[in-house]
Ligand binder design. Sequence first.
Ligand code: ADP
Ligand code: MG
Length: 285
Amino acid sequence: MLEITGVSHVYANGTRALDNVNLSIPRGMYGLLGPNGAGKSTLMRTIATLQTPTDGAIKFGDLDILAQPEELRKRLGYLPQDFGVYPRVTAMDMLDHMAVLKGIADKGERKAVVETLLNQTNLWNHRSHFIAGFSGGMRQRFGIAQALIGNPELIIVDEPTAGLDPEERNRFLNLLAGISDNVVIILSTHIVDDVADLCPRMAVLAGGKVQLEGAPLDLIQQTKGRIWKKTIGRDELEAHQEQYQVISTRLFAGRTIIHILSDNQPAGFDPVEAGLEDVYFTTLA
Ligand code: ADP
Ligand code: MG
């Protein structure tokens, strides 16, 4: 269990990126959903002990991670949002090198770990290729491979599916879903479907604050019967936005489909089977 208590972060330029964040994150896949600038990466870096928060406490089990960051790092696997430069080094050599850094000194043991990870992430056939030449999806799978070195108990992946095509995204999410339920995995994303597909628990972060927390199915239940839709012309949008609480608009075949939040069914609107996207946009609205 990861316990985040009263965590705030103010950058040197005065930006308050996190504002009194409180979260209890159990084992299993946990979705941290939020738009750009919400503070997701700031929170991920803070949990990964790469930066110290201005305020607050973070505990992983009994471990105070702010007091003992090096202990946390031994038990952490982290895939940052910007993985940085991709060297002209083969996937196998790079993983081996990173396993050394993680403290796996025995050569035979390291070989076994690296081979298992290359297979698990479907990179075995590319093991002798330079990472610099990898596609986006392969890079992200390599990112997970390096994050899994040394059997971490806490895994953080920050916006791993951004920029992947649908097939690569699927492959990547399946890989995440295959990681043991015994570890805490935090998936930060701005893509609602990532969370809907994978996470039994989630939080919505926006403006540095936790706006919503719970199980996606419960949250959807709470929105049930309050979401309505209507297909309108583009020129009608403004009038509808003035009259109703529009939570989302989507183009479909040249027309605009709007979803609104309302306790009663307004004339001309049809009921919608609410999804996580409706929950998310209602929270942001
Ligand atoms: P997200 O990952 O959800 O997009 P970030 O944590 O990257 O959000 O950013 C949250 C806020 O903090 C944004 O307003 C961003 O501009 C600001 N921010 C992020 N990093 C820095 C930094 N190093 N210095 C100053 N402001 C920053
Ligand atoms: Mg980010």
